[in-house]
Design a binder for this molecule. Structure first.
Ligand SMILES: Cc1cc2nc3c(=O)[nH]c(=O)nc-3n(C[C@H](O)[C@H](O)[C@H](O)COP(=O)(O)O)c2cc1C
Ligand SMILES: C=C(O[C@@H]1CC(C(=O)O)=C[C@@H](OP(=O)(O)O)[C@H]1O)C(=O)O
Length: 388
């Protein structure tokens, strides 16, 4: 299964095309809209999110609420486009106007300067329109389809916030999947720890008041994955590396950890590796889950626990120093609007990006032209590995 996204942040729309889905899988716009709505929310977002009302239109690959097996095509309109028609080149503009609107001042922390150098753009709007995290709307749409597929197979995924600006949520390993989902949904910063949540909001307010921005850490949990999904036989088939690659591709994400992650460097092996046990009811299982559900590029059957770190938003109300590419003169970057913190929104993005990689690995491993055959094959595999 693969997908492509297209579209600019202030253009008419974003488009997502998914190819390789099974036929006869139930899929409704509501399944995707719920995810899009969650991505738009979260404490700390800027004014753009008050303009957009993200709703998906399914324009191909689905009839009467079921996939056909042909590519699924999804459209997400940008409501803000009406204010940007002129700038986006939709309406004719005279030359003088065009020069005035050209962006020649790169913003530190964005793709502006490197993208302009690479593609030879003197107007950096040609870079920022596509490098904007508006594109994560299209990725969440693809991930929502993956999540729907996985949920129908008994595999569930949730993302929540572990840290904002150094305020760390208490680890609560005893919480079930449902509790994690309900708590994160109820929290304005999508954290499981209400006390830390209050402090996170104050951190965001403080950063905003200072014209600054703030980052954090997101955790995603996947439950219901059987052991042995992914592969050790070749580097590009290792599922943990594919998940890590997906997370790193999200705008502003700078690192990934599985389970105890970097903490493994500080412990002896006896305090890291997860001992193996077996019982009749669940088959093989681990007494601990320090490695976050992966060994040898394959799932262990324990929940997958993956963290991603998001840097602070680069566009700052307190200006940063840069250089105008036309005059080579220094200037101080100024802005009209930006998020002060998008970590709660990014938790939803990461959840969907991980869902995509997991769904793709499941489809790779089992016959999947038809949804019912996929389900049958996975159920049979689950039974077989208990007795292995
Ligand atoms: C959900 C989300 C919202 C974002 N909102 C903003 C924003 O409002 N302003 C901004 O400067 N960067 C924002 N970013 C981050 C930039 O898109 C990102 O830092 C930039 O494209 C450069 O990419 P890099 O940080 O991965 O190198 C956001 C990121 C995400 C995931
Ligand atoms: C539009 C979204 O996020 C945008 C991501 C973004 C950036 O630079 O990445 C900058 C802001 O856009 P604008 O410049 O239009 O205010 C955010 O609002 C979205 O998440 O849907």
């Amino acid at each position: 299964m693969r997908y492509l996204t297209a579209g600019e942040s202030h253009g008419k729309q974003l488009t997502t095309i998914i190819e390789g889905l099974p036929s006869n899988m139930p899929l409704l716009t509501e399944d995707i809209d719920e995810s899009l709505l969650r991505r738009q929310g979260g404490y700390g977002r800027g004014r753009r999110m008050q303009i957009e009302k993200d709703l998906i239109e399914i324009v191909g690959g689905v009839r009467h609420g079921y996939t056909l097996g042909s590519p699924v095509s999804l459209v997400l309109k940008n409501d803000d486009f009406t204010h940007w028609r002129n700038i986006m080149g939709e309406d004719p503009i005279d030359d003088g106007e065009k020069v005035k609107r050209t962006i020649s001042r790169p913003r530190p922390g964005h793709a502006d300067l490197n993208g302009a150098i690479k593609y030879g753009h003197r107007d950096m709007r040609n870079v920022l329109e596509r490098s904007s995290a508006r594109e994560t709307g299209a990725r969440v749409a693809a991930g929502a389809v993956a999540k729907k597929l996985l949920a129908s197979l008994g595999i569930n995924i949730i993302g929540y916030v572990q840290n904002i600006g150094g305020v760390v949520a208490k680890e609560q390993p005893e919480l079930s999947f449902e509790e994690r989902r309900d708590r994160s949904e109820a929290s304005p910063v999508r954290t499981l720890d209400d006390e830390a949540g209050e402090k996170m909001m104050s951190q965001i307010d403080e950063a905003k008041a200072n014209g600054d921005s703030i980052g954090g850490v997101v955790e995603v949990m996947v439950e219901g994955m059987p052991a042995g999904i992914g592969s050790y036989v070749h580097y590009d088939r290792k599922l943990d590396s594919r998940v890590a690659g997906g997370v790193m591709s999200i705008n502003a994400f700078k690192g990934v950890e599985f389970g105890i992650g970097f903490e493994a460097a500080n412990r002896n092996g006896s305090k890291v590796h997860d001992e193996i046990a077996w019982d009749e009811q669940q088959g093989y299982y681990r007494k601990t889950n320090n490695l976050g559900g992966f060994e040898g590029g394959m799932t262990t059957g324990m929940p997958i626990i993956v963290k991603g770190v998001m840097k602070p938003i680069p566009t700052l109300y307190k200006p940063l120093q840069s250089v105008d590419i036309e005059t080579k003169e220094p200037f101080q970057a100024s802005i009209e609007r930006s998020d002060a913190c998008a970590v709660p929104a990014a938790a939803v993005v990461m959840e969907h990006v991980v869902a995509w990689e997991i769904a793709n690995a499941v489809l790779e491993q089992f016959p999947h032209d038809q949804f019912s055959k996929l389900k049958e094959a996975l159920d049979q595999y689950r039974e077989e590995i208990k007795e292995f």
